[in-house]
Design a protein around this ligand. Structure first.
Ligand SMILES: C=C(O[C@@H]1C=C(C(=O)O)C=C[C@H]1O)C(=O)O
Length: 96
């Protein structure tokens, strides 16, 4: 039996997942440029002050959007850690 309601919900979920992938791709495109700039200019891969500001901002946005701020922080932390990993590799002259 087909469940049209569930199928409609899932269509929307699939669209949102696709948007997330495109948004992440754009974010990693720009952070790659940041990593190359840092490697060229000798800046450190990570900037904890900047990260604190971003996390506080995102937690506040999450609250106004009725999204769990702890989840939002974990999500951003996960992405930033991956970016820093890429920056370390760029700084060591490794691509990727
Ligand atoms: C992108 C940067 O490099 C790192 C990655 C960040 C990010 O993914 O948002 C933020 C701060 C840095 O630890 C940056 O310094 O702006």
């Amino acid at each position: 039996m087909t469940d049209d309601t569930l199928a409609r919900y899932r269509e929307s979920i699939d669209n949102i997942d696709a948007a997330l992938v495109f948004m992440l791709a754009e974010r990693f495109k720009i952070t790659k440029a940041v990593g190359e700039h840092k490697a060229k200019t000798g800046l450190p891969p990570a900037d904890p002050n900047r990260e604190s500001i971003q996390i506080e901002r995102l937690r506040s946005l999450a609250k106004s959007a009725n999204l769990d701020p702890d989840f939002s922080e974990k999500f951003l932390r996960f992405i930033i850690d991956e970016v820093i990993h890429h920056h370390r590799k760029a700084g060591a002259g490794m691509t990727g």
